[in-house]
Design a protein around this ligand. Structure first.
Ligand code: GN1
Ligand code: MG
Length: 364
């Protein structure tokens, strides 16, 4: 179904011509996204309604986005690249505002669409996954000298796995949707990992892992890849760019792209960690970040993958218990299925930890 005020929003922005068609983008669990066609010969655009239940301060969000995009655009221009293609270009409204605010209080923003690219929900080949690693690594490098302290925390404690575990415990206790008994074994398994939740945060506090500007949502479908060459062109979905550890970005990318199945695959026998994909991504990522990573961080990469998988698993599980208040779902049990999927991946990682450590040692 088309969102209310989609057309009003489309007409509010300073596009090259009036929109003639809209197409909904179905990936993304948080914001609503539409592709906007402004007719033959005109640039295309992306319209995005921000989920302000989750991103509660759209102005801080925009300040982060503008700062990060213009920083990256300068780096791209200096390297002889094309900033219109290699970083998000924000388009303002005809009135010169960042957002069109609809009568229901919906916050709409717009970007230039990047053409001849594709976002994969699943890596078709190790080469493709390797290229995504290089693209995420490059993005991290482009932001290495960004003043992290000027970024707003768009979602506080986003990768605080300890807090995420406490949120799960609260969800179990409250059992708002009456689903806790059905999920007993999943809850027990998740809780048995509680002692690991502070692994990254402890090392950040000890100064072993540095705090850098990180993307924090490095799913494969957040890299736009060139349709012809397969190269990573542009990193998108910059709403959670915040200070963090590089392990977050490595880990979340592995969780998503090195699984042998999609994130909501229900046949759990299909869900495993692919060590080949893990190896490929590590090679691309560490290769790109050779200068940026210290030895502790490289050694910690497998734990990054493990904890990001645990974290997303417990977030899906908590959302299912809370009655699906956070993630978009397309059928009632989807958060349950996602949680089971991620927990299966986690239990497979339990068995492959030594192999992951061995792979990482090759790149030290
Ligand atoms: C959400 O919006 P999307 O689909 O890129 C979530 C991520 C989760 C991911 C799980 C702001 O990302 O943290 O890892 O779903 N984003 C937010 O697929 O919560
Ligand atoms: Mg996202």
């Amino acid at each position: 179904m088309e969102a209310k005020y989609l057309r009003e929003a489309g007409n509010a922005f300073a596009f090259a011509a009036s929109p003639v068609a809209y197409k909904r983008c179905n990936s993304g669990h948080i914001n609503d996204t539409y592709f906007v066609d402004c007719g033959e010969g005109n640039p295309k655009y992306v319209l995005n309604r921000v989920n302000t239940e989750i991103f509660t301060n759209p102005y801080e969000l925009m300040a982060n986005l503008k700062g990060v995009c213009s920083h990256v655009a300068k780096k791209i221009a200096a390297a002889g690249g094309n900033p219109d293609r290699e970083v998000r270009t924000i388009i303002g409204t005809k009135e010169g505002d960042d957002y069109f605010v609809d009568p229901d209080g919906g916050y709409w923003r717009a970007f230039l669409e990047i053409e001849n690219v594709i976002a994969y929900d699943y890596p078709d080949s190790p080469e493709l996954f390797y290229k995504s690693a290089v693209a995420f690594g490059r993005f991290f490098n482009q932001l290495a000298d960004y003043p992290a302290e000027t970024l707003y925390e768009t979602i506080p404690n986003f990768h605080n796995t300890v807090k995420r575990m406490n949120d799960l415990k609260l969800a179990v206790e409250e059992d708002r949707a009456g689903r806790a008994s059905e999920m007993q074994s999943e809850i027990e398994f998740a809780l048995s990992k509680e002692h690991l939740c502070s692994y990254i945060l402890d090392r950040v506090h000890e100064g072993k892992y540095r705090v850098c500007v990180t993307h924090n949502d490095t799913k494969l479908n957040n890299v736009l890849m060139d349709k012809d060459t397969g190269e990573g062109v542009c990193i998108i979905d910059l709403d959670t760019v915040m200070p963090g550890s590089v392990l977050f970005d490595f880990g979340d990318a592995i969780r998503f792209g090195a699984s042998t199945a999609r994130e909501d695959e229900c046949d759990l026998s299909k869900v495993e960690l692919s060590l080949e994909m893990f190896d490929t991504f590590t090679e691309g990522f560490v290769g790109e970040l050779r200068e940026a990573l210290n030895e502790d961080e490289i050694q910690g990469l497998p734990m990054g993958a493990y904890l990001m998988t645990l974290e997303v698993a417990i977030r899906f599980l908590a959302d299912y218990l809370n009655g699906d208040v956070y993630y978009h779902i397309s059928y009632p049990e989807q958060n349950r299925d996602r949680a089971r999927n991620q927990l299966k991946l986690l239990s497979d990682m339990d068995m492959k930890m030594e192999e992951m450590n061995e792979i990482v040692r090759k790149y030290l």
